[in-house]
Design a protein around this ligand. Structure first.
Ligand SMILES: [Fe+2]
Length: 197
């Protein structure tokens, strides 16, 4: 840590912000600190590793919703514009719950877009705009990636006695994503809008 600036006027110098400070990390990524929550390090480590994967996939799915919220087109523009934003907002809330669970277990959360891009299992979409059915197909696939891993990780957490992680994965991530899939999937059911067939 750098020293307090020594000015002629001591009081003024003390009030100056100390900028451009650098030091070593206090907890490198991948290392766990002990937490008094009656769970073994092995159990906490397994949950932290799994939660970081769900976390980056949830971050990317949230961003995919925002991309489509901005880029959506066509006669259902307004309704999808609003729905995509609602789902993005819910995903953002889950991102926070996942990240805070990782820290609660003594782990280090992934956080930056570079790290999410590196590790996510959700395919990268093009930068340009796509048609609504393609946007929805991408989102549905993203949900399925999250659902598949969340169920497997929830079972693993329960088997290891980490009920808190199991509860978050089942009660929030699995059920929340399933509900969003239902709302989304109904938009690609090919039914007439004006004249019944
Ligand atoms: Fe917006």
């Amino acid at each position: 840590m750098s020293k307090q600036p020594q000015g002629k006027n001591g009081a003024t110098a003390k009030a100056a912000p100390l900028t451009h400070q650098q030091a070593h990390e206090i907890q490198p990524f991948g290392q766990l600190v002990s937490m008094p929550i009656a769970l073994s390090e092995k159990t906490r480590r397994a949950s932290v590793d799994n939660l970081n994967q769900i976390l980056v996939d949830t971050i990317v799915l949230k961003d995919l919703y925002k991309k489509h919220h901005w880029q959506v087109t066509g006669p259902t523009f307004y309704q999808l514009h609003l729905l995509f934003d609602k789902h993005a907002g819910e995903q953002e809330g889950w991102v926070d719950l996942l990240a805070e669970r990782i820290q609660t277990l003594g782990g280090v959360t992934l956080a930056m877009p570079h790290d999410s891009a590196e590790r996510t299992l959700i395919p990268r979409p093009p930068k340009g705009r796509e048609e609504v059915p393609v946007q929805i197909s991408r989102l549905l696939h993203g949900h399925e990636v999250v659902l598949e891993e969340a169920r497997a990780m929830a079972r693993q957490a329960a088997a290891a006695g980490d009920e808190g992680t199991n509860d978050l994965l089942v009660g929030t991530i699995v059920r929340g994503n399933e509900l969003q899939v239902w709302f989304l999937a109904q938009h690609v059911v090919d039914t007439p809008t004006v004249r019944a067939e």
